[in-house]
Design a protein around this ligand. Sequence first.
Ligand SMILES: Cc1cc2nc3c(=O)[nH]c(=O)nc-3n(C[C@H](O)[C@H](O)[C@H](O)COP(=O)(O)O)c2cc1C
Length: 335
Amino acid sequence: MKIENYLTKSLNLELPIIMAPMHFVSNTVMLKAAMDSGIAGAFPSLNHRKEGELEKVLTELNEHKNKNNSKGTYGINLIVGKSNPFYKKHLDICVEQKVPFYITSLGNPKEVIEKAHKYNAIVLSDVTNIAHAKKADQVGCDGFIAVGAGAGGHAGPYPLNVLIPSLKKHFPNKPVIAAGAISSGEGIFSMLSLGASGVSMGTRFIASNESGVAIEYKNGIVNSGMQDIVMTDRLTGTKSTVIYNDFIKKLGLKQSGFEKFMSNNRFTKKYFKMYIQMRGMKWLEGAAIPGSKDSLWMAGQSVEMINNITSIQDIVNKLKEETIIAKEKVDSFFV
Ligand SMILES: Cc1cc2nc3c(=O)[nH]c(=O)nc-3n(C[C@H](O)[C@H](O)[C@H](O)COP(=O)(O)O)c2cc1C
């Protein structure tokens, strides 16, 4: 069985799945495995901040995609705006290397869209509400990534079964990709039924053989349940989801009065927010490195359904099988 819809057709995929961009977690081994499995792999440009590194990674991915005639593709996540000092430079490198698709987060994606469309690449914008979506729609994004409640990272406030129909009501012709707490074929099938053109999944792929994070982090995903996921704004200044443990207890779930003051003061906010974001990234990177004692593990509520660490190909095979079974099961109820 094949699924043919906006996402599979526009990115030439076997399945409408994006392996979501994840700070520090996404790596080239995962991206190649995602492509070879017939899905799209995405990664944050900020994972490659050293001089020349992003160019090298993109060349490697383009070569892999062309040489192996991969069934899938890859894309890049750009944090747009002032909090990302690498934004302009990274955008230029991506355009130069003709990255197949973009996922934009935070600021106004206008410039990314204009540059990507010149060579027919598509731009999907992360949105968590209708106001965000209006802004991205006005500047011509090709589709939305609807980030719902329970997602890993900066989760949105609304459940996907409300956010997706609402986006479809306001923007009937705009494709919507569902992100947040999806880790099974049943989840994928339910999102397609709601009107989504595919899913973007992060947390499920952290517990993969190819992800290079500490084994303790992968085990943390497997051994945690939905009740263990909490939100903290101590990491990046914006609320993000982490696994609650002694480390997080010590770190705290709320910014201090000083951090709040500096983030809101009109003279300091620009630089302080940039500093907080970079500090949070460094903390996360340090904690994810194998051998680290810091159990600072970002993950979403789908940990509830993740019970093993396996290869990306196996994860994708299982997702496909489960999606078909879910469809057949629902079909069988209609007599
Ligand atoms: C460890 C981790 C790191 C993330 N880093 C980023 C990031 O750098 N940029 C971004 O736009 N989203 C980031 N996200 C969010 C994902 O792209 C995606 O929206 C989310 O994982 C979907 O929810 P799920 O984890 O429940 O599948 C991150 C998520 C996780 C779990």
